[in-house]
Design a protein around this ligand. Structure first.
Ligand SMILES: [Zn+2]
Ligand SMILES: [Zn+2]
Length: 106
């Protein structure tokens, strides 16, 4: 549900254009951004923040994961929400020893 901020008319979601379209005045807003705002839960926010602050390694959780570069079996991990096609969460790992970074495809 979305109402036009310009004229207050009920806006329909245009899936082809991937945006909300106001039938009265032609106002448009991308669906993607809208969903990101409406899906705001504190948990998801935290995860996204971790992804953005990936340089601050000391604050990141560690887990057991095998680094294919150096054989170390401990890595920092964080989640990043992939914007676009499916908005799925992607898990990333970074080796605590050599800094090799990879993503979990499972
Ligand atoms: Zn309008
Ligand atoms: Zn490594």
């Amino acid at each position: 549900m979305k109402f036009c901020p310009e004229c207050g008319a009920f806006c329909t979601a245009d899936n082809a254009k991937r945006c909300y379209v106001c039938p009265k005045c032609g106002w448009e807003e991308p669906l993607e951004e809208n969903r990101a705002i409406s899906r705001k839960t504190s948990e998801e926010d935290k995860i996204i923040v971790i992804g953005k602050k990936e340089r601050e390694l000391s604050t990141m959780p560690k887990t057991k994961a095998l680094c294919e570069k150096c054989g170390n079996n401990e890595a920092y991990w964080w989640m990043v929400q992939t914007r676009g096609i499916d908005e799925s969460m992607t898990q990333f790992y970074r080796c605590t020893k050599c800094g090799h970074t990879w993503r979990d495809y499972s």
